[in-house]
Design a protein around this ligand. Structure first.
Ligand SMILES: C[S@@+](CC[C@H](N)C(=O)[O-])C[C@H]1O[C@@H](n2cnc3c(N)ncnc32)[C@H](O)[C@@H]1O
Length: 267
C-alpha cells in the first residue's frame, strides 16, 4: 500500500486511540499525548513481565487477544515473535482499524485473524498458549463466562488488565458503563475487586499475581496510580514467584492515616 493510500485510509476513521507508526513516516493521529504515554507505561507494566515469564519472547506462541480494539496488543504479540494471533472484538470499526494496521505493517496473513464477536461466547475451536484480556473484564457483566472462555482457549498464561473495585472483600461492583457504545451487552458492568479476580482465577486452576505498578511517567495513568486499575498474570503451571506483587491496600485512606497532612492543607 503506498503512503498516499495509507494516509487516506487512516483519515477515513473518526479517531485513533493508539499511536501506530508506519514506514514513510506515516502515523495515526492520536487525540492526546497522554494516550501514547499510557500505552508505553502499560507495556512496561504487564507486557514485559509476560515476556519475561515466556523466556524473553512469545516465539512460536499462539495468542488470543480478547477485546483487541485496533490490534495494538495483537501487534505487540506479533512483534514479540508470536506465531499466530486471533483478535476478537465486538465492534467492526475496531477490527477495520486492526486489519488496516496489520496490512500496512505487512504482517503475513497466515499469522493473524480478526474476528467480530462477543468474547464471552467465543467457541474457540483452536487452542492458545496466551490470552490477553486487556481492558475487557470491566466491560462485561458475566465474569464467570469470561473465565470459561479462557478455559476453552486452553491457555497456560492469561494477562488481565482491568479497572478494579477498591473493596478489600472479594466482590464485584455494579457500574453503569461510561461508554455504552463499546459494550457488547447491557449498559451495566461488574467491576471486580482484586481478590475477586484471584478467587475466580483459582476456581479455574490459575495461580494469580496482581502486578505492582511502577509508573515512570504519570500522564494518562491516573487510574493505575489511584489503585482503580490493576494488571494480573494468571498461570496454570509457569511459576510466578519472580513477579512483584502489588501492595495490599492499607486499611485506612491516606487522610486518616496522616491527619497531620490534612490539617496542614487547611493552614
Ligand atoms: C477499553 S478497550 C480495550 C482495548 C485493548 N484491549 C487495550 O487494553 O488497550 C475495550 C475493547 O473491548 C471491546 N469489547 C467490549 N465488550 C466486548 C465483548 N463482550 N466481546 C468482545 N469485545 C468487547 C470494545 O469494543 C473495545 O474495543
Amino acid at each position: 500500500m503506498d503512503t498516499h493510500e495509507l494516509e487516506r485510509r487512516i483519515a477515513s476513521f473518526e479517531g485513533w486511540q493508539y499511536g501506530f507508526e508506519f514506514t514513510g513516516g506515516v502515523r495515526t493521529p492520536v487525540f492526546s499525548r497522554a494516550m501514547l504515554n499510557r500505552q508505553r507505561e502499560r507495556r512496561r507494566y504487564f507486557f514485559e513481565p509476560l515476556l519475561e515469564l515466556s523466556g524473553g519472547s512469545l516465539a512460536g506462541r499462539k495468542v488470543l487477544d480478547l477485546g483487541c480494539n485496533a490490534g495494538f496488543w495483537s501487534l505487540e504479540a506479533i512483534d514479540a515473535g508470536a506465531a499466530f494471533v486471533l483478535g476478537v472484538d465486538a465492534q467492526q470499526r475496531c477490527l477495520d482499524q486492526a486489519t488496516l494496521v496489520f496490512e500496512a505493517k505487512e504482517i503475513e496473513p497466515a499469522r493473524y485473524r480478526f474476528e467480530l464477536g462477543n468474547a464471552l461466547d467465543l467457541a474457540c475451536t483452536d487452542s492458545f498458549d496466551v490470552v490477553l484480556c486487556l481492558g475487557l473484564m470491566n466491560f462485561v457483566n458475566r465474569p464467570f463466562q469470561l473465565f470459561e472462555a479462557f478455559a476453552r482457549a486452553g491457555a497456560e498464561l492469561v494477562v488481565i488488565d482491568t479497572e478494579v473495585s477498591r473493596a478489600r472483600l472479594s466482590l464485584f461492583e455494579l457500574a453503569r458503563a461510561y461508554n455504552p457504545h463499546e459494550l457488547a451487552e447491557r449498559p451495566f458492568t461488574l467491576v471486580p475487586s482484586r481478590s475477586a479476580v484471584a478467587e475466580l482465577a483459582a476456581e479455574f486452576d490459575f495461580d494469580t499475581v496482581a502486578l505492582r505498578p511502577h509508573i515512570a511517567e504519570q500522564a494518562g495513568m491516573s487510574d493505575y496510580r489511584r489503585e482503580r486499575r490493576l494488571a494480573f498474570i494468571c498461570s496454570k503451571s509457569v511459576p510466578l514467584d519472580g513477579l512483584e506483587q502489588a501492595r495490599t491496600r492499607p486499611r485506612l485512606p491516606w487522610w486518616l492515616r496522616d491527619p497531620g497532612a490534612v490539617l496542614s492543607a487547611w493552614r
